[in-house]
Design a binder for this molecule. Structure first.
Ligand SMILES: [Zn+2]
Ligand SMILES: [Zn+2]
Length: 307
């Protein structure tokens, strides 16, 4: 193993080498850089202020726990929420770790169970559906996240999406020219009627930086991947992006930052007609009457009644 260079700022022992910035840093200066990047992102995209309460979506993984930790360190007023998806051991561990973090830091964590909200576990929904697990789970999670925040009276939801997530998602959206999705890929989506504001303060920090942030702060996180994520397209895209980054450092950050700057150009010239879902009241572009979430819910109900 090659020894790390000394910290560029204080010349103490190096903790991390940020290749995309050609910057070796010690633990202390790395932590302050992470805080600076997040604070700067919050300010630049006008995500929220210190007067607002931020609801943090906590999965128990490194990204969401790092986000919660950083916001707390920066002095924001936060509360967490965790959705227990009912995916066996994976969900049990994720929930336990989220609870441990909340307890250790004395912050409130609200726990919701999919079984209670929907009458079925995600495992059961996936097993009985022909649709792709990640797509199903994504729809359900996004819907519940919004519903929970709205009903609790919160105005902002913060999620732990990192630079790697954003770069791979952007690549995916471009590969299939998803015009609507492209425009909606942004660090902040404003509130609209029943839709709560969604913010992603970690979009300029890589997976590796968040991992090293957790280590530096002794944050225990669930180091497991979802049992249903094997073979998912998102993982292939993540892998491709990482391979390009290895050859050409700073590709990820330039790709994502550049897109945010050009985003207005991708504003769809014709908006897809939205209608209010009669089941939940959320605006939907679905051709069917009910939104996708409500259709999944209907299926669950029918299944329960039939058995
Ligand atoms: Zn230093
Ligand atoms: Zn609906």
């Amino acid at each position: 193993m090659t020894r790390l260079k000394r910290c560029r700022i204080c010349k103490k022992e190096g903790y991390i080498y940020l290749r995309h910035a050609n910057l070796p840093l010690c633990k202390e200066h790395f932590i302050s850089r992470v805080h600076f990047v997040v604070q700067d992102t919050i300010k630049k995209y006008e995500m929220f202020s210190k007067k607002e309460k931020i609801l943090v979506a906590v999965s128990g993984g490194k990204d969401s726990l790092a986000l919660w930790h950083i916001l707390k360190e920066l002095g924001y007023d936060t509360e967490g929420f965790h959705i227990d998806l009912g995916l066996g051991e994976f969900s049990n561990v994720s929930k336990q770790i989220s609870e441990n973090f909340a307890e250790k830091h004395g912050i409130k964590l609200n726990i919701f169970s999919l079984e209670k909200e929907l009458g079925s576990s995600m495992e059961n929904i996936i097993e009985k559906s022909y649709e792709k697990p990640c797509s199903l789970c994504g729809t359900v999670k996004r819907h519940l996240m919004n519903k929970i925040a709205y009903e609790m009276g919160h105005k902002v939801i913060a999620t732990g999406h990192n630079l790697d997530d954003e770069a791979s998602r952007l690549l995916g959206n471009i590969l299939s020219w998803q015009e609507e999705y492209l425009y909606r890929q942004y660090p902040v989506l404003p509130e609209e009627e029943v839709l709560v504001r969604k913010v992603k303060p970690l979009v300029f920090l890589s997976r590796k930086e968040l991992l090293m942030y957790c280590k530096a702060n002794e944050i225990e996180y669930a180091d497991m991947s979802c049992p249903y994520s094997k073979g998912a397209r998102s993982l292939v895209l993540l892998d491709v992006i990482e391979k390009i980054e290895e050859r050409y450092p700073a590709t990820k950050i330039r790709f994502v930052r550049g897109f945010y700057k050009l985003r207005e150009r991708f504003k769809p010239s014709q908006y897809v007609e939205l209608h209010k879902c009669p089941g939940c009241g959320i605006p939907t572009a679905s051709e069917k009457e009910l939104c996708r979430f409500c259709r999944i819910k209907e299926r669950v109900k029918r299944d329960v009644l039939a058995s």
